[in-house]
Design a binder for this molecule. Sequence first.
Ligand code: IPD
Ligand code: CA
Ligand code: CA
Ligand code: CA
Length: 261
Amino acid sequence: MPDFLRLAEDIAREAGDMLLAKRPTMSTAVETKSSPTDVVTTLDTASEELIRERILAARPGDRILGEEGGEEPGESDVRWIVDPIDGTVNFLYGLPDWAVSIAVEVGGRIVAGVVNVPQRGEVYTAALGEGAWLGAERLRCNTGVPLAQALVSTGFGYSATRRAVQGQVVAEVLPRVRDIRRGGSCAVDMCGQAAGRVDAYYERGVNQWDFAAAGLVATEAGARLGGLQGRPVSPSFALCAAPGLFEELHDLLVSLDPERD
Ligand code: IPD
Ligand code: CA
Ligand code: CA
Ligand code: CA
């Protein structure tokens, strides 16, 4: 198999360097998308353009799905799944948890994933069946943590109605766990779970470009990743935690009907 991971990492590092060099200023154009809280900057678009150019220069004919540019059609069974900035709101405010996320899917399976967190100088990588790393450090998620002692990260979507439901759900989860974190980037949250910085992560309404790369980092670090009631991870629901905690948190979440909006 071609060295997808190395190519994805090179491209994610180049995009991250560009974003760090051109950090948003007062003159950076900011537009809204699905709601007033859903923002996109010219740097999201510039990052995705750079990533698309580099992928197609190295692998003409591959398909690409990106948050800002949509789906690039093609015949290839190789598809690149790209979030040019995951955590745009953090990026805008100068907060460090934003990432360039690039995953490679072959025949419908994610085989390589890179999450570059430039402002922290951290690059997470994973290859299917070969493990997950933060730089040179092999990752293993926390195991044996009961729900009552679990540090759980989550996030909120951009629609006001969905947020209202997510607020109700998190209000029920909070008294049953150690604490809640809302980092502001799905990819960084999931990699944080892989690295043991939190014990579990869940969110309703994240997209493939948010979790494709980080999901592989989490599973290669020993996490279970899925949706609710036996369904695979999808935009409907994403949950990752070590086996045991996964089931405990899953059952609590199901009882709260978090997909009801
Ligand atoms: C968002 C972030 C955020 C999550 C949202 C995502 P974006 O991605 O991952 O943490 O809560 O659901 O849409 O828009 O910053 O790429
Ligand atoms: Ca976005
Ligand atoms: Ca995202
Ligand atoms: Ca994004």
